[in-house]
Every structure is written in C-alpha cells, then in structure tokens.
Design a protein. Structure first.
Lengths: 445, 256
C-alpha cells in the first residue's frame, strides 16, 4: 500500500499570518510547548509519583469535600457520563494531577535535568531500570485505588502490544493486514488451552486442575508463547499465498482469514463453541502484563532498527530496488508477518487471562476496527505512535462508553480529522532512541 | 576470462520480440557502453541479466556459473550491482541506511541477533557503517549521511544510488542512464566519479547512456541496440561514424 506524502508545510503557518488573535494563541501554544519539552521524562515520572501519592493520601477526602460520590476514576473522562458533576471533577483533576505536574515542571526541572544528565553517564540499563521502576510504581499505586482502573490499564497495555505488532506490518512494511483479531483469537485460545486444562477450572475439561497451582507463574510464559506460536502458524497460511505478488491480496486474504478463525472457533465444541471458554487462572497481574509489554516493545524495536528490520522499509518504499540490493524480499515479508502475528497471539493470550473468559465474538470486525484505529491514529512506522494510538483510543473508548452506540460515531470522526490534518498519524516516523528519551529536556530558549 | 558473459540471449513479451540474440562479454576493469534509441530494449537487457525477467533463450554466466533463473537478490549477492533509470531510492530512509541495507546478504547475526540486539549485531552494524561511510566519501556525499534521501539534490541522489549499488560489493556494475537529467556540471562530476570508482575498485561496468559525451569519455567499447538487436559494435569513435548507427538515430538517407 502506498503511503501518503508527508506534508511539508503545516496549515497553521499560512493561515495565521494576518490574524493577530490566532497569532497570540500560537505564541502561547509555543510557549507551553517549550516549557513542556524542557522537562525530562524523569521529571514527568516524578510528577506522576507525586500525583499518585497525593491521591492515595487525600483523594477520598478531597472527593467528599467537593461533593463527588467517589474519586474520579479516569481523570476527567467521567464527565461525559455525569455532566452535572463536571466542575467538581475538573477541580479534583486540577488539584491531584495538573497542580503537581505544573509544580514539577516549574520547580523541579533543573533538578530532574541534572539527574537525567548524571544518569546518562551510567550504563543505559541502569537508567532504563530506574525509569521503568518509576513508571511501574506510579501505575501500581494508581491502579490500587480502583479495579476499573486496573482493568483499563491492563487492556491499554495489551492494546500497545497489538498496535505495535500491527504497525510492524501496516506501517513499517506498508502492507495492509486485517487479520489481527484472528491472530489474537488463535493466541487467546492457544494460551487458554495450555492454562485451563492444566491449572484452571472448567466444565469443558477435567474439572479440576491437573498440575499444582505453584507451577503457574512458570507456566504463564509457556502458555503465552504457545498462543503466539499458534498465531504465527496461522499467519503462515496467510503469508504463503499473499506474498507471491504485491498488491491488495494480503488485505483480502487476511480479512477472510479473520472470519475463518472466528467461525472455526464458533463451531468447535471442544473449546466451548460460541459460548466461549472460561476458567483461565488469574495470572495476568499488572506486573506480568507490564513486563510482557516492555519485552514486546524492546524486541520489536531492536528488530526494526537493525539492518535486517530496515529491509521492511525498503520493501515498502521500493520492492524492486530492495530485491536488486540483495534483500530476499519474500522471506523478509514472511518473517515480519509471522513475527507481528506472534505478538498479536501473545496479546490475545494476555487478553484471555485478564478477562478470564473469551468467546469468538470478541475477535470480530469491531476488534479489527479498534486496532486499525489505534495504528492509524497514533502514527505509522513509530514506537511512540503505537503507544500514543493505543493509549488515546483506549481512553477515548472509555470516555465515550456512556454514549453507547454514538461512541462509534465519535471515535471515527476524530480519526477522520487526524487523517485530514496528519495523514500519517499523530507521531509517525519517529525513531525510538533511549538516550534522547531518558536524557535531559530541551533548554528553554 | 570474462567476468560476465551473455550468450545468444533472446526474450519476447507475448508476440513482441524485445531482445534477439544478444551477446556480451565484460572482463575485469572493462567499461562497455550500450546505446540505442528509446524503446530499443536496453533496460530490458538489464532486467534480463539481473533476473527481473527470465530470458526465453540463451545463457548468462557470472564468474563462469550460470545465473539464469536465480531470483534477483541471489544474482545481486553473487556480484552484480545495478542502478535504475528512475532511481528507485527508499524515500523514508537516510543515506547511510541505504548503503547498510545493500549489505543485507552479508548480515551474520541472524534473527535472534536482530531481536535481542546482541553485541555481535551491534559490532556488525558498526562495521557496515564504517564501510558505508568509506563509499560515501568516495562518491562525495558523506556529509549527507544521516539525511533522508529526499532532502538531497538530484545529482546527489544519483551518486547515492551508485554508492548503494557499490555497497553490494559487485564484480560487475550496471548503470542505467546515470547522467539522465543532469546539467553539464553534474555530468562532468559524474564522469570523474565513475572513472575513479572504476580505477579504485577495478569493476567491470555496463553503461546505458543517451549522452554521447559520457559514452565517448568512459567506454572502451560500445554496442548499439536497435529493436532488440545489436547492429554495431566497436570502439566509440568507430560507432560514432558507423552508417547503420547514424541511420538508426537520424533516419535513412533518401537517394533520388
């Protein structure tokens, strides 16, 4: 699939020249932006910890003082559900989240910048471990206050794996694959078929676990890998006929594959058919999902930054030239496709163990729309884009949940706006460089 | 012994006879020119030898071994590098990434190395980078190494493409109209560079070119192709005055 040309000139540049009011807004915007980029990642993580601590200490009391029935679970996103409580909710968000972030940006930036530069002199792994620990810490304490939060965070992390693995195929390689829900289903059922008979309780199998529960934590990676491997095997069935030639074949074959998987599962009574499969053991804790997500980002990012992975970009931009420069294009495409499917399978396995119930209807066209939206909203060919896409679509989806059917009018409308103003997505073609990510912020000029 | 030998190669697209009984022999350090009017089949000959099409008849030997029927990437990694008339650069990749990618067949770290970022992978990536920088310096585009190719001028893009072909470590290099669309300055620089590359690396070169100046200055022998057949072959000066060549380019003389 051809990618649209990146737009060189932004619309704002031309429109605002003669209008003083929009010019002022732009200057203000630029000022805020400059202030934001001057804060290093370390600073934001510190602010996160402060916010979480503040909420743990004062959240409940503040909420009752403001007259809220309970603490706002997902920032201000509940406003859509309870518009009458909007001022109180916004006040809560301002006090718990915005104020600490603003204070950190204001006061702690020099300290955080100095710390970030000092950390860069240490081995990268130490710096990375510290950042990861801070991020995990704030997520852990934030999700402690509400099970709904915990579920949303887990599903968002799974969304990141899905988005990044699909971005590998649709963004980095420039093909158009529609079979991700199918791979997810294969992964979900594959992993469940390892975990449920051996460790879970299900009427479909022996009824009681075959192995002691103490082995569970070791078996979880095995179950996920089995799910991933099953998905990759399914991907081979799609890849062999589709990668003989270039074109729209993959889109059609992969779409068909998705429906085949769905109806195959619906008609297999051993795994519960359309009633689904329940009884997965409770393995998908936040640390487990978080660790798998990091592993996925690390491995896929290693791949796409190596010369072997850059071959995907070459195949996308000009396949004949890639072939003439010694690249085995068919092998490259097949490997990337299987690799993406593997991670979709792993995500499916996690998904099954988070919800502890799966049925074939979960892996249909709706799921496809969601994951495609995440990829194209966030940005093609980019790690940041995958994270931004997965997080924002997941949060928006929670925000618009009270709108029920109008949710799927609101989100596509936003998607259309993104496609008009940023045809490649919000943060496309941005390299993921740990040194810049962990380094000090840009100085305010 | 010749590096590249083409023996009575023919090819037709459906009923159209594109190339008929084509022969070629290039030794180390030899530059052969291939000229002819538009549509004569010059690029088709490139595509036949490099494996994009499979010749209907005849044989192609690289280093004494037949390469007919091999996929293009195999032929390329055996030592046949090429550039394209329409450049075919990868527009979302930087200059140095182009060259590193052309070393694809030499990657030794495997999939596991790529996934896990092993020290071996990092060492080889650095080796590739050093080699790529050397080639970029030779082609005088090293200062743009980390730029996207689309940010370079036309002449520079052409040179990046030659550097990319050289990064495959070819024994024989095919250049498809390297001077197309260049102004006289850029053309003079290109001639210098091709000559220098040729001297330093000792490659055999097959050159398709419309600009007579390039052919005259660089080639030791020239073939003229008309409707898929070689009608004249020889030193540049002979070819320039060959009656059949003049007829092909300017049309026949009507004798009243």
């Amino acid at each position: 699939m051809a990618l649209p040309e990146p737009r060189t000139q932004s619309r704002g540049e031309t429109a605002s020249a003669g209008e003083p009011s929009s010019g002022m807004v732009r200057t203000l915007g630029r000022k805020i932006r400059r202030r934001l980029v001057s804060v290093p990642l370390l600073g934001w993580l510190m602010a996160g910890i402060v916010s979480v601590a503040l909420e743990q200490a004062l959240g409940a009391r503040l909420a009752s003082a403001l007259g809220l029935p309970k603490i706002p679970v997902l920032f201000f996103l509940g406003v859509v559900k309870e518009p009458s409580l909007a001022p109180q909710t916004l006040a809560y968000v301002a006090f718990i989240y915005v104020l600490p972030c603003w204070l950190v940006a204001r006061l702690a930036t020099p300290v955080a910048n100095a710390a970030a530069s000092a950390l860069l002199r240490l081995p990268l792994i130490v710096t990375a471990a510290l950042h990861i620990a801070l991020l995990y810490g704030s997520l852990h304490y934030w999700t402690e206050l509400s099970d709904y939060r915990l579920l949303t965070v887990k599903l968002t992390l799974i969304g990141i794996i899905l988005t990044f693995s699909l971005n590998l195929i649709n963004g980095y390689m420039g093909e158009f694959s529609c079979s991700h829900p199918g791979f997810m289903a294969l992964g979900a059922y594959g992993a469940s078929l390892v975990s449920v008979p051996l460790f879970g309780k299900s009427v479909l199998f022996a009824g009681s676990p075959l192995l002691p529960a103490a082995l569970g934590p070791y078996a979880f990676p095995v179950a996920l890998a089995a799910g991933g491997a099953l998905a990759a095997a399914g991907a081979l069935l799609v890849a062999v006929p589709s990668f003989r030639t270039r074109g729209d074949y993959l889109a059609i074959v992969s779409l068909a594959f998705m429906f085949i998987v769905k109806s195959a599962v619906e008609n297999t009574e051993v795994v519960g058919g359309p009633r689904g499969l329940a009884g997965q053991p409770d393995w998908a804790t936040l640390p487990a999902v978080f660790a798998v997500t990091l592993l996925c980002i690390w491995i896929i990012n290693n791949f796409v930054t190596s010369t072997m992975g850059k071959a995907l970009n070459a195949v996308r931009d000009n396949e004949i030239a890639a072939e003439a420069m010694t690249v085995d294009t068919r092998r490259t495409k097949t490997i990337a496709f299987l690799f993406g499917a593997f991670w979709a399978g792993v995500a499916g396995g996690l998904f099954a163990h988070v919800l502890r119930y799966i049925n074939p209807a979960m892996f249909g066209i709706q799921q496809l729309a969601e994951v495609l939206a995440m990829v194209y909203f966030g940005g093609l060919n980019s790690v940041y884009g995958s994270i931004v896409g997965a997080v924002s679509i997941n949060l928006m989806s929670e925000m618009f949940r009270p709108l029920e059917m109008f949710k799927w009018i609101a989100i596509p409308l936003l998607l259309i706006l993104v496609m008009i103003y940023r045809p490649l997505g919000l943060v496309a073609f941005k390299d993921f460089d740990l040194r810049t990510l962990f380094g000090p912020g840009e100085p305010e000029a | 012994m010749a590096l590249l030998e083409v023996k009575s190669m023919s090819h037709s697209f459906g009923g159209l006879r594109a190339v008929h009984d084509y022969n070629l022999s290039i030794g180390p350090g030899q530059i052969v020119g291939l000229i002819g009017p538009n549509g004569a089949g010059k690029t088709t000959i490139f595509n036949l030898i490099t494996g994009i099409y499979r010749p209907s008849e005849g044989d192609v030997l690289l280093d004494g071994e037949s390469i007919v029927g091999l996929p293009p990437h195999r032929i390329a990694s055996r030592g046949l590098g090429r550039t394209f008339q329409e450049m075919r650069l990868w527009r979302h990749m930087s200059v140095i990434e182009h060259l590193k990618l052309a070393m694809y067949s030499r990657i030794g770290y495997g999939l596991v190395g790529a996934f896990l970022g092993t020290p071996r992978r990092n060492a080889q990536e650095r080796e590739f980078e050093d080699e790529a920088m050397g080639l970029l310096r030779m082609l005088r585009v090293d200062r743009h190494a980390s730029q996207l190719v689309t940010n370079l001028s036309y002449g520079e893009q052409r040179r990046v493409e030659i550097a990319r072909a050289l990064a495959t470590r070819p024994k024989v290099l095919f250049l498809d109209e390297p001077a197309a669309g260049m102004n006289p300055d850029e053309m003079a620089r290109l001639i210098d560079i091709v000559r220098q590359v040729h001297q330093e690396l000792g490659l055999g070169i097959l050159l398709i070119e419309h600009r007579l100046r390039v052919v005259m200055e660089l080639c030791q022998s020239v073939q003229t192709l008309v409707f898929g057949e070689v009608i004249a072959q020889g030193a540049p000066a002979e070819i320039q005055n060959h009656p059949k060549v003049i007829e092909a380019y300017l049309g026949g003389q009507r004798v009243e």
